[in-house]
Design a protein around this ligand. Structure first.
Ligand code: ZN
Length: 50
């Protein structure tokens, strides 16, 4: 049997978790083509490199 949650997570708690994920996704990296700072795994704003 898999692990089941004893209680249903409230929407407020869910929102908190979602917020955390968003923060993680906001990690910045530099573009491999032009070195410009861009959001991790997003298209570079200056040259379009993924
Ligand atoms: Zn770039």
């Amino acid at each position: 049997m898999g692990a089941l949650p004893k209680r249903r997570i409230s929407t407020r708690r869910k929102g908190k978790r979602r917020a955390n994920i968003k923060v993680k996704l906001k990690l910045l990296s530099s573009c491999s083509r032009c070195g410009n700072k861009k959001v991790y795994r997003q298209v570079c704003p200056s040259c379009g490199q993924e």
